[in-house]
Ligand binder design. Structure first.
Ligand code: ZN
Length: 209
């Protein structure tokens, strides 16, 4: 089995986007390690159900940690649009860096355009890009916000992430149904109370829902 290149490739041609960070997943080594882990947990690797499990585990984690490449083309804001652009309820799933268990939820992302705008579908792909690595929710939230700041040089950015962490709901303190909410506000969304309030209302986080 050969290594599958795991490449973060974001168009770095404008405004200092985060550039490609290349990682390699060694599937053969991951398969051996998964077998070791299962054996250490007392599993019988010769049973019918488990025989191929180490390979499946390695492939599943490789997939979860392989972000899809995309070209984040931006456009000049020729129409001079100057109100918040909000993409609400972007579903995502990620892997908790502390327990290697999934966490999943929704991201709400907004920006106040300056000179440039970006295709709306790309905002979901930015969330996906950063979700496909070993993550902590706080870092995911700030990475999405900082990406928008760098790519678009907008007048403001707001990102709210709400997620259910299986490491919390299945084990440990076992609080099923609890959501962890994180936010990253930049520019006018942070500093201008009216813009911030509008953002919170548009994503249903103004406490009146
Ligand atoms: Zn965790």
């Amino acid at each position: 089995m050969s290594a599958v290149p795991n490449i973060h490739l974001v168009d770095g041609s404008r405004n200092g986007h985060p550039t490609a960070e290349q990682k390699d997943v060694d599937l053969a080594a991951a398969t051996r390690a998964a077998a070791d882990l299962l054996a250490a947990l007392g599993a019988d690797l010769h049973s019918d159900h488990l025989r191929e499990t180490p390979r499946r585990v390695a492939e599943a984690y490789a997939e979860l940690l392989s972000p899809a490449q995309f070209n984040a083309t931006t456009f000049p804001n020729d129409e001079g649009y100057d109100e918040l652009v909000v993409v609400r309820g972007i579903p995502f799933q990620s892997l908790c860096a502390h327990h290697l268990l999934p966490f999943h939820g929704q991201a709400h992302v907004a920006y106040l355009p300056g000179a440039r705008i970006v295709g709306l579908s790309k905002i979901g792909r930015v969330v996906d890009l950063f979700a496909h690595e070993l993550q902590v929710q706080e870092r995911l939230t700030t990475q999405v916000a900082d990406w928008l700041v760098r790519a678009l040089d907008p007048r403001g950015v707001g990102v709210i992430v709400e997620a259910d962490h299986l490491c919390m709901s299945l084990r440990g303190v076992q609080k099923p149904g609890s959501l962890t909410v994180t936010s990253a506000l930049r520019g006018a969304v942070k500093d201008d109370p009216r813009t911030r309030q509008e953002f919170l209302e548009l994503v249903g986080r103004d406490g009146r829902r």
